[in-house]
Design a protein around this ligand. Structure first.
Ligand code: T3D
Length: 262
């Protein structure tokens, strides 16, 4: 499939998805949502073992394209519940549950749903010049795309509340200090660092990583006994995998493992 609003390729197990509306700071249109969805489906079908999400130009993503939301007197007001249900929520849920790691390389400003899209990814690396803005309160909205769920968990209640109510920008270094993201790197090192990480993850034991994702997400809702039981069940599955057998064999034979992702 050819795309107009994104760039997409799968190579050596890494699906690289680049939001590509740089003039509009990669704000989401309906078309972009559909193309992102189709690309993620293609990544799964083509056997990707890691996805690298990034964007073109000076911004990462400015959230919803507001030019599609202008209404004047007498015109119907948009049903934003419908667009969340149709586009944003399925996207966040998909990233959350997809059975390989998703690395996000935040190359510039990430605002509104763009910020929360980044925070939904498994590992977030940002260029030092990048910033995160919970821009919603500036236009009378609430944080969506999982922002009210993920932010308090990452940065705590006090910071989540202030960041969302004030809509103040958080620079990448500060986002690392707060625990909002994993790493901030010099701008000219972002793509190389993220690519190296994605390459490494694509050669890792994919099933084990998928089960790790599942366990960590489940931990937010579980009490310790339930979580221990879940770990027991998932470890049983991991222990039956070819990659576990290969990992142990490689360790014993003092060689590098060749994981197949199964
Ligand atoms: O609607 C629903 O379906 C519900 C879901 C909502 C999810 C949401 O994401 S709501 C929040 C929407 N996003 C925002 O409110 C952020 C709006 N943008 C900004 O606040 C600023 O652009 C930034 C802080 C992100 C960056 O500022 P700056 O000064 O670096 O850039 P700029 O000059 O404002 O923007 C550059 C261009 O991108 C400009 O276009 P132009 O004038 O050069 O033709 C600007 O209009 C455009 N742009 C930036 N953000 C958006 C956008 N165009 C459409 N929609 C945008 N969100």
């Amino acid at each position: 499939m050819s795309y107009e609003t994104i760039l997409f390729e799968v190579s050596d197990g890494v699906a690289r998805l680049t939001l590509n509306r740089p003039d509009k700071l990669n704000a989401f249109t309906e078309q972009m949502h559909l193309e992102v969805r189709s690309a993620i489906d293609a990544a799964e079908q083509q056997g990707a073992r890691c996805m690298l999400l990034t964007a073109a130009g000076r911004g990462f993503c400015a959230g919803q394209d507001l030019s599609a939301r202008k209404t004047g007197p007498g015109q119907p007001r948009p049903d934003l519940g419908e667009t969340l249900g149709k586009f944003y929520n399925p996207l966040i849920k998909k990233i959350n549950s997809i059975e390989f790691p998703v690395v996000c390389a935040v190359n510039g400003v990430a605002a509104g749903a763009g910020a929360n899209l980044a925070l939904a990814c498994d590992i977030v690396i940002a260029a030092k010049s990048a910033k995160f803005i919970q821009a919603f309160s500036k236009i009378g909205l609430i944080p969506d795309s999982g922002g009210t769920w993920v932010l308090p968990r990452l940065v705590g209640h006090a910071r989540a509340m202030a960041l969302t109510l004030l809509a103040e920008p958080v620079m990448a270094d500060r986002a690392v200090e707060m625990g909002m993201i994993y790493q901030a790197v010099n701008d000219n090192e972002l793509q190389a660092t993220a690519t190296a990480m994605a390459d490494k993850l694509a050669k890792a034991p994919t099933l084990g990583l998928a089960l790790t994702k599942q366990a960590i997400h489940a931990a937010y809702d579980n009490h310790l006994p339930d979580q221990l039981e879940l770990e027991r069940q998932l470890q049983r599955r991991a222990g039956h995998s070819d990659d576990y057998r290969e990992g142990v064999a490689a360790f014993m034979e003092k060689r590098a493992p060749q994981f197949k992702g199964q």
